[in-house]
Design a binder for this molecule. Structure first.
Ligand code: BDR
Ligand code: CA
Length: 314
């Protein structure tokens, strides 16, 4: 195993599960979280950016540059996930005002700068719509060879959550997702088939409460809000913690089973726009373009997630 931490950029739309992804990435000794970039998704760009700034302030993660990205998908309008994340996109607790200055660069500019200057290839972890990542790939083809991989939370091998066959992040900007999945880069995908196994159970709430720190006393009400929203909207009282799994695929790939298969993004379907069409059973001879997670060690994930909250609380 490489001793040097992997440089990563976390492109996100915080978001309850996005902030947990920030914590997992920031705490991992296997990763160097070089930047956080925001994208319109769970809420409008100004709200999700404020959430990133405020949450990182609260967690004491004040040395990670944060840059703001796309205000809307490549085509069409933004659609906030208010049902799940509330009006602020991170409802459930009042966060402190930010003491972190927003980067003067845009998300794409900051990503390009970090990738250009890094001595080793950089991994992008995307836990929101893929608008920023697609814009980066489109405007900086010269940087493709300096991107180690792109690790994505989105889609799924079976069901959707925003449409019967479409998951929110991909549904929000299918044109961007198509650009990313046809880029020829190494793509790792964790979809709802995996993240719906990663549930915040009563036992997990107890473990978070037992940390009993300023940070955990913020996270618990956030996760309670998320649980209530998932119960009300989807009839799932134990909500899935989607986004940290995209971090885990980079820091601990050994905890997964992957299938290297063809993945296409449906852009035109009357009922299926935003679906990830994953040829898991290889009924076509399309080229394999993504490593799709089909198994994960859930208890090992929770040990790392709980440890991350405890470590950052110290
Ligand atoms: C994804 O959509 C968002 O609401 C979550 O933050 C996650 O990234 C799950 O479908
Ligand atoms: Ca997200």
């Amino acid at each position: 195993m490489s001793q040097n931490p992997i440089p990563v950029i976390l492109d996100c739309d915080p978001g309850h599960d996005d902030v947990m992804a920030i914590l997992l990435a920031a705490a991992s000794e296997r990763l160097n979280l070089a930047a956080i970039t925001t994208v319109s998704g769970n809420g409008p760009i100004d709200k999700v950016t404020q959430n990133a700034l405020k949450f990182c302030t609260l967690a004491g993660l004040t040395n990670i540059p944060i840059a703001q990205g796309a205000t809307h998908p490549l085509i069409g309008q933004s659609h906030a996930a208010t049902e799940i994340h509330g009006e602020s996109a991170l409802d459930g607790v009042a966060l402190p005002e930010s003491t972190i200055a927003l980067s003067k660069f845009s998300a794409v500019q900051l990503m390009a700068q970090i990738i250009t200057e890094s001595p080793v290839p950089v991994t992008i972890i995307a836990t929101g719509p893929l608008t920023n990542v697609a814009q980066l790939l489109r405007t900086h083809p010269e940087l493709h060879s300096r991107i180690r991989s792109i690790s994505i939370m989105g889609g799924g091998t079976e069901r959707g959550n925003w449409r019967p066959l479409a998951e929110f992040n991909i549904w929000f900007d299918p044109e961007a997702a198509d650009i990313v999945f046809t880029s020829g880069l190494d793509i790792y995908l964790c979809g709802l088939n995996i993240t719906h196994q990663v549930l915040i159970t009563p036992e997990i709430f107890t473990r978070l409460e037992n940390i009993d720190s300023h940070l955990s006393r913020t996270i618990v009400p956030l996760m309670r809000f998320f649980a209530h929203a998932y119960d009300t909207t989807f009839g799932m009282p134990q909500p899935p913690l989607h986004d940290p799994i995209a971090v885990l695929m980079v820091s601990h790939p050994e905890l997964f089973t992957f299938a290297h298969v063809p993945v296409a993004i449906e852009k035109d379907g009357t009922h299926t726009r935003g679906a990830t069409v994953i040829d898991l059973h290889r009924v076509t001879d399309a080229p394999n373009n993504a490593y799709v997670a089909i198994g994960v060690d859930v208890p090992a994930f929770w040990d790392l997630m709980i440890e991350a909250v405890a470590t950052i609380s110290e």
